[in-house]
Design a protein around this ligand. Structure first.
Ligand code: IMP
Length: 191
């Protein structure tokens, strides 16, 4: 069964294909000829992941899913949240995003945060959403070299290292995206 993951990210595609095995062939946006920009103008992760999945389904008529992730910091009222990629402005720049976040948390003792991923699946013309959350805290400074985005400043609950100090297997086992993908995979294996 062919299914489209609404992403251009080859790492995400490779990872999900490995997890799903032979029953599903997961293809990306490039593979289905979708090169146009999908405008993510929703105000929530739920809306943005649905916008991407609906775009693919209505234009390419293929079962599909899309993900959207945000870092939600408690003392900042849930910011940067849905704006995580462009927190410090366009174009998206992780170094600047981290710098601004650490600046906005300067002197703040409550560093509680969570990563949240929402996946929208359109299957048999029906929409289903899956959520994955990892709770943790924002470090005082950057640590580690692996990963991407906010990984160098996010310490998952019960850990002493940031995501950037972990191997990708260690991170995937507990991460927001790993948890949301696990729910998606369980569902797809049951249909
Ligand atoms: P996306 O929805 O996967 O494109 O994620 C939106 C933004 O959230 C990214 O540009 C990153 O800044 C951040 N982000 C998403 N997932 C992660 C992660 O696993 N670690 C660190 N930052 C992430």
């Amino acid at each position: 069964m062919k299914i489209c993951f609404a992403t251009h990210n080859q790492n995400k595609l490779k990872e999900i294909n490995q997890i799903l095995g032979n029953d599903f062939e997961v293809v990306g946006l490039t593979d289905i000829g979708c090169t146009e920009e999908i405008i993510e103008d929703g105000n929530t992760l739920e809306e943005n992941s649905a916008i991407k999945a609906r775009h693919v389904f209505s234009n390419y008529n293929i079962p599909c899913f899309a993900d959207d992730t945000g870092l939600e910091v408690e003392s900042l009222g849930g910011a940067p949240g849905v704006y995580s990629a462009r927190y410090a402005g366009e174009p998206s720049n992780s170094q600047n995003n981290i710098k601004l976040l650490l600046q906005n948390l300067d002197g703040e003792s409550n560093r509680t945060a969570r990563f949240r991923t929402v996946i929208t699946l359109i299957w048999n013309s029906e929409e289903i959403q899956f959520e994955g959350i990892v709770r943790g805290a924002i470090a005082d400074s950057l640590k580690g070299t692996d990963g991407f985005g906010y990984d160098p400043i996010f310490i998952p609950e019960g850990q002493s290292r940031t995501f950037s100090e972990m191997s990708s297997n260690e991170k995937n086992a507990i991460s927001h995206r790993g948890r949301a993908v696990a729910k998606l995979v369980d569902y797809l294996k049951s249909v």
